[in-house]
Design a protein around this ligand. Structure first.
Ligand code: PMV
Length: 335
């Protein structure tokens, strides 16, 4: 009962911040619908993916999780157990497991490592237990680990319904990786671990006076952007993604205590993107719960934009990204 899977991280064009307080916190129901692009890193060895191997066996006497060579305990372990317990209950199997997982990019640095991690875990564990689930079902289970992971089950462009129960909170694909011409230049400002993870930050959203308006606007923007992706309207998608990112950071910055994920270089990049746009280069920015900036552009401008972003003081590295494919089972095991 062993299987391995690979899933890619994603960047939310319409983001969530905060979980519903009206439901069991273990269900991880996001406060609003979200829209994302699943990411395939173009450089060799940085495809922005997580590879996970899991084995269930009567030989194991405890559940064991090893991430990046380190045994995992505490909160992260509990989130993994939540996903696995759901799958074990559905398969009516109570074997203990060993799991190993490896990212090809820095974890907890605002590059959505929890998205690819919980998507890969869900796909590998369901396969190891012999469960045949639809992608929709897998997305619900991945959400138990992390809200953004529900989206990384799919490739391309993804819509995630916040819903109001386990059954109504799931993701679906808007269209596949080649349906919309958009690329990303990720400007890496810092690869260190964040002081406050998104898992912790979600609890603070409710303390911002701008939380309700962000939820209301995001709900509208999610529906709008879905249509604009299908219309291949890059500029309008970029405008809405940028606005939505600023709504989320406004909530973060105005929560109590205030969460400030940006660094001075983050702002330099944002300013540079705005200037480049005024000068005629169609590009937009979005920033997750970290200092790194995703610079959105179309494929014909990707290399030019990368060159310009690299010149900004404080940018440590850039990663070119195109839309990725679905999460999948692989025969390459980590142990
Ligand atoms: O799913 P989590 O707990 O990693 O939270 C994701 C939060 C953001 O990346 C900031 C937004 C999003 O929708 O991906």
């Amino acid at each position: 009962m062993k299987s391995s899977a690979i899933a890619h991280s994603n960047i939310a064009l319409i983001k969530y911040w905060g979980r519903s307080k009206d439901h069991d916190p273990n269900l991880n129901i996001p406060l609003n619908d979200t829209v994302s692009m699943t990411k395939y890193g173009l450089p060799d060895g940085i495809h922005l993916q997580t590879q996970t191997t899991i084995e269930f066996s009567s030989e194991y006497d405890k559940d064991m999780v090893i991430v990046e060579g380190q045994e995992v305990t505490g909160r992260h372990f509990e989130r993994i157990i939540r996903v696995i317990d759901h799958l074990r209950a559905m398969a009516t199997i109570d074997y203990k497991f060993k799991m190993m997982s490896q990212n090809d990019f820095p974890t907890q640095a605002g590059l959505a490592s929890s998205a690819s991690a919980f998507a890969a875990l869900t796909v590998a564990a369901a396969d190891a237990l012999g469960s045949k689930f639809s992608r929709k079902e897998l997305s619900k289970i991945a959400r138990l680990g992390s809200g953004s992971a529900a989206r990384s089950i799919y490739g391309g462009f993804v819509y995630c319904y916040a819903g109001n129960s386990h059954d109504t909170s799931f993701a679906e694909q808007i269209c596949s990786h080649d349906c919309f011409d958009i690329n990303t230049v990720i400007a890496i400002v810092d690869t260190g671990k964040k002081d406050i993870t998104s898992d912790e930050g979600h609890y603070l959203a409710h303390t911002s006076p701008f939380n309700k308006i962000r939820i209301h606007k995001s709900q509208q923007q999610a529906k709008e952007i879905r249509k604009l992706i299908l219309d291949n309207d890059f500029d309008k998608v970029g405008q809405i993604a940028e606005a939505n990112c600023l709504y989320m950071h406004t909530v973060m910055m105005t929560s109590q205590p205030s969460l400030f994920y940006w660094q001075p270089t983050t702002l330099s990049i944002i300013k540079a993107i705005q200037k480049l746009r005024r000068e005629g280069l169609p590009c937009y920015f979005t920033v997750d719960a970290g200092p790194n900036v995703h610079c959105l552009c179309q494929s014909n401008h990707m290399h030019e934009l990368q060159k310009l972003i690299k010149q900004i003081e404080g940018v440590k590295k850039t990663i070119l990204v195109k839309p990725a494919d679905d999460a999948y089972v692989t025969k390459e095991h980590l142990f």
